[in-house]
Design a protein around this ligand. Structure first.
Ligand code: ADP
Ligand code: ASP
Ligand code: MG
Length: 405
């Protein structure tokens, strides 16, 4: 008998028929002799609908109340799935984040899990029940409802799998695994049988939303066997593996992208120590995450400084930068909101120089101008005009031969 945690995302529980199909799969797993914990998301579109209502009342609605509001989405699904399971004769019980003692910090809207006391959950499992847990939600030290950030049900599932020492954590979604790139952008994308933990972490952090990045981090930290599968079809999905890099690893495993990039440039700042810090300090203090950074010395005692932020933070960051520009007597502040980031990821890159060259030549052949570039051992990221996103992804997919095995 194994202990399995299964997580079903929004589309997988998007209608009552889908919820019944999930119930059937859970029952099949239990009938195969396993204990099952099920983690569910809100029905598809529900979290956006709820946030939209809060926004209509107040664009600056309290983060605490927004968490109370959006956590209801998952509460609806745990009850409906438990009802469907019970109706089919399965002994199921629903539990909210608070009931499973999912403890988090108090960062509303992006809370981090601090610990899980699995006593309540174990108690129900020991009675032979299927436990249906609400994803995405927890409780802060002051007993407020918190949520874990968009896509956070993945993280709930992995955290629970770690807490109960599950034999496998299965993430059921609307694609049948992790692909070489988002199959909605490149229909020739190919499912990967397995991907290393390191690569999955890069893919998630560079925009592949098939797994929330914190879920991947958690799985790595606690060694949780993790698999992504389709809730619509049968199949083995993609295993996130912890194996050492193999010599024959493909050079590139996947392409990730993010549409919501914006860049800001401050021109003509004094070229001297500590200027970068004085430019970025107000941005950091305002809780705006900065991604890529480039500084160019102009050779005349001045420098130009460019960085990227999430598009949602663009306006705030620009205002702050304009204030800094006045203080530093900089020449000008420029910005662009219509950018996207495309990244190639692969542990095989370590043994193959020239990967970046192929990427740049491919963009050159397609007439795609690169605005910013950043590299690490296992990825190269490039910022381009958003209008070139699809073209860029498909061109790279073909240039690196990803459609073949
Ligand atoms: P869920 O609601 O089940 O959590 P998500 O929408 O969060 O599902 O994630 C699944 C989606 O991730 C897919 O529909 C797909 O469009 C997208 N995606 C992005 N990159 C990839 C990739 N490399 N492989 C598979 N899916 C990807
Ligand atoms: N319902 C939440 C969201 O839409 C959490 C999740 O689906 O994982 O982001
Ligand atoms: Mg998701």
């Amino acid at each position: 008998m194994a202990l399995i945690v299964q997580k079903y995302g929004g589309t997988s529980v998007g209608t009552l028929e889908r919820i019944q199909a999930v119930a059937d799969r859970v029952i099949r797993t239990q009938q195969a002799g396993h204990q099952v914990v099920v983690v569910v998301s809100a029905m598809s579109g529900e979290t956006n609908r709820l946030l939209g209502m809060a926004n209509e009342l107040d664009e600056n609605a309290s983060e605490r109340e927004k968490d109370v509001l959006v956590s209801t989405g998952e509460q609806v699904t745990i009850a409906l799935l438990s009802i469907a399971l019970q109706q089919k004769g399965c002994n199921a019980v629903s539990m909210t984040g608070d009931q499973v003692r999912m403890h988090t910090d108090d960062a509303h809207g992006k809370a981090r899990i601090t610990d899980i006391d699995d006593k309540n959950l174990r108690h129900e499992l020991d009675q032979g029940k299927v436990v249906v847990v609400a994803g995405f939600q927890g409780r802060s030290p002051d007993n407020h409802i918190t949520t874990l950030g968009r896509g956070g049900s993945d993280t709930t599932a992995v955290a629970i799998a770690a807490a109960v020492k599950a034999d496998e954590c299965q993430i059921y979604t609307d694609v049948d695994g992790v692909y070489t790139t988002d199959p909605r952008v490149e229909p020739k994308a190919r499912r990967l049988k397995s991907i290393t933990f390191e690569e999955m972490l890069e893919m998630a952090s560079l925009g592949a939303k098939v797994l929330q990045i914190r879920a991947v981090e958690f799985a790595g930290k606690y060694n949780v066997p993790l698999r992504v599968l389709s809730s619509f079809d049968e199949g083995e999905g993609t295993l996130i593996s912890y194996e050492e890099q193999k010599m024959e690893s493909p050079v590139i495993s996947g392409i990730a992208f993010n549409r919501d990039e914006a860049s800001l440039t401050i021109l003509g700042v004094p070229d001297k120590p500590s200027v970068a810090a004085s430019i970025l300090a107000p941005i950091g203090d305002a809780n705006i995450d900065v991604d890529m950074i480039i500084q160019n010395s102009m050779g005349d005692g001045t420098a130009d400084f460019t960085f990227t932020v999430h598009r949602n933070d663009y306006k705030r960051a620009k205002l702050l930068l304009q204030e800094t520009a006045q203080k530093l007597e900089a020449r000008e502040v420029q910005g662009r909101e219509d950018l996207a980031k495309i990244s190639i990821v692969g542990v095989g890159m370590m043994n193959h120089p020239g990967v970046a060259k192929t990427m740049f030549e491919t963009f050159g052949d397609e007439g795609i101008n690169m605005q910013l570039i950043s590299t690490s051992e296992i990825k190269v990221s490039v910022v381009v005009d958003e209008k070139y996103l699809e073209l860029g992804v498909r061109a790279l997919h073909s240039a690196f031969g990803l459609e073949q095995s």
